[in-house]
Ligand binder design. Structure first.
Ligand code: GLN
Length: 547
């Protein structure tokens, strides 16, 4: 096993300044220099995972291959490093305590008094080391959620401090801090960062690098000031101004030599490790050069309450659309449409003609659903490319059952258990789990195989007979209706290997240019350098349909 090096990324002054992108970028840089890198996210909340949190509060739930429901930063890591992570790479306070309590109940502490320190901190360290061993990493980057000075993340900082004490040259610290420019003053202020650094010192941690997030680049004078007051080398202050694209961040950090600075703290031999950023640079260049726009309407229910960041709720879907559009020399222009407007005023459906393609992302519950179904009907009848993800596929099936099969009350058991035609029904094992009051982590989660039918849009896109895609759902196309739907012209082009679960539904190419839904979430596998084939097929059809 390798001797792993660890880089802890903390946040100073305030949240929301891009700690996740900073951590991902540092990972991407070291990977581009030829190191084996893995990433860990620590979320200080008590929830065991992100699965039980409302996306309008916490942002999108990202799903890993092994089914872990986690923070969207895990998605950033996977996309920036083009790697796949597992549940070992994600921890929360709840998860750490749950394991320590399990061991205690199992007498694994052999009668000793179990304490927060060192037992909880040891469990944190055990998890960090385990993830590093599993990935056989040279470097493990650990993002500590929350902000310095918060009560919630203290134990994780304590674990980091202990690790540094045990192996001084194997642990480095990065603090992503914010430097405000008050409008009345008009100049960048370093004091909040100095305070954050000294608060970190009082937790026994001296940071090695400070990433200076601000609206503009930090000047040398302030770099020197931060260096002096925060006890770091001047080259340890990395300029991180607001920029147009998050994909520029790694390139920007390297302009200030962040990997050499961290490499020297960690005593890494970097001599034969030149930066190989070619494909990434080509991607960033192309993303800026493309001019032509394809207009995609994203229709969902989470669009009207206004007190949350919309792009946080659907970030993976939005990124997946972008990658495919760039590949096809286009920019994607997104239009968020709240579905309830179509319930209130069906005449508005005509406006959908403006868009080159329509996408319905995953979702839960009954709000706005009738509006979405009317949008899908409109897309089908007017041959507008339609792409439905998870709920978007189930609603496609309902729309088809209602309007083509003429089962007027076709529905999903999620909305109306009493409908006589539950074309989407709960899976039997899910019924059991819900009866036991078992909500957290109990959906069909993670990667499952699907086999594709030849000659379908899906097969043409993937160019493969079998695929693995990530899931997060409780309901399925009911086996009682598969034959009837097929006879009426709906093609199930992807099925579970035993043929029982419908994974992809589509209309034949000669009937509609692109009318397709997936029971899984293809967006979780879209990467900047490897766009997802189904998203690419959807964007291609949308470009063809351009007004
Ligand atoms: N609500 C649906 C289900 O649970 C779809 C879930 C989703 O879109 N992720 O089956």
């Amino acid at each position: 096993m390798k001797n792993h090096k660890y880089i802890f990324v903390t946040g100073g002054v305030m949240s929301g300044v891009g700690k996740g992108i900073a951590a991902s970028s540092i990972g991407a840089i070291f990977k581009a220099r030829g190191f084996a890198v893995t990433m860990i996210k620590i979320d200080p909340y008590v929830n065991v995972d992100a699965g039980t949190m409302n996306p309008t509060e916490h942002g999108e739930v990202f799903v890993l291959e092994d089914g872990d429901e986690c923070d969207q930063d895990m998605g950033n890591y996977e996309r920036f490093l083009n790697i796949s992570l597992t549940r070992t790479n994600y921890m929360t306070t709840g998860r750490v305590y749950q394991e320590v309590i399990r061991k205690e109940r199992n007498l694994e502490y052999k009668g000793k008094c179990v304490s927060v320190i060192p037992d909880i901190t040891d469990e944190v360290i055990r998890r960090i080391e385990l993830a590093s061993d599993k990935a056989d990493s040279d470097i493990t980057i650990i993002e500590v959620g929350g902000t310095i000075g918060e009560y919630q993340n203290m134990l994780f900082l304590e674990a980091a401090r202990i690790m540094k004490g045990r192996a001084h040259d194997d642990v480095a610290f990065v603090m992503v801090s914010y430097l405000p420019i008050p409008s009345k003053v008009g100049e960048m202020k370093t004091k909040p960062t100095q305070f954050a650094s000294s608060t970190l010192n009082s937790a026994g941690i001296q940071t090695d690098v400070i990433i200076a997030r601000a609206s503009v680049p930090i000047d040398q004078k302030r770099k020197d000031k931060i260096a002096m007051y925060c006890n770091i080398r001047p080259e340890g202050v990395i300029s991180a101004p607001d920029i147009e694209s998050i994909y520029d961040v790694p390139l920007n950090f390297e302009k200030d030599n962040i990997s050499s600075v961290l490499g020297s703290v960690l005593k890494l031999d970097m001599t034969d490790k030149p930066l190989n950023f070619g494909p990434w640079q080509a991607f960033v260049k192309k993303s800026k050069a493309v001019k032509k726009e394809v207009n995609i309407a994203v229709v969902g229910k989470y669009f009207s309450s206004g007190d949350f960041i919309l792009s946080d709720v659907y970030i993976t879907v939005l990124e997946a659309l972008k990658y495919s559009a760039y590949k096809l020399d286009h920019k994607v222009k997104l239009h968020y449409l709240g579905s309830q407007q179509f319930e209130k005023d069906p005449k508005k459906l005509k406006d959908l003609k403006k868009y080159d393609g329509i996408l319905v992302p995953g979702g839960f519950g009954s709000t706005g659903i009738e509006g979405i179904i009317s949008v899908i009907k409109y897309a089908r009848e007017n041959k507008i490319p339609y792409f439905g993800l998870c709920y978007g596929m189930q609603l496609l099936v309902i729309e088809f059952a209602r309007n083509v099969l003429k089962l007027k009350d076709a529905n999903t058991a999620e909305i109306d258990k009493n409908s006589k035609n539950l074309v989407i029904d709960i899976m039997p094992d899910q019924k059991q789990k819900l009866a036991e009051g078992n909500y957290g982590g109990s959906m069909r989660l993670g990667a499952y195989e699907a086999v594709l039918g030849r000659g379908t849009i899906a097969h043409d896109a993937y160019k493969q007979d079998a695929i693995q895609e990530r899931h997060r759902h409780r309901y399925e196309v009911s086996p009682d209706y598969i034959q009837k739907l097929t006879d009426a012209g709906l093609v199930f082009s992807g099925k579970s290997p035993d043929g029982t679960l419908m994974e992809i539904a589509e209309l034949p190419k000669k009937v509609h240019p692109f009318f397709l839904g997936t029971q899984f979430h293809p967006e979780f596998l879209a990467r900047p350098l490897v766009p997802h084939p189904l998203f690419t097929a959807f964007i291609k059809a949308s470009i063809k349909n351009m007004k």
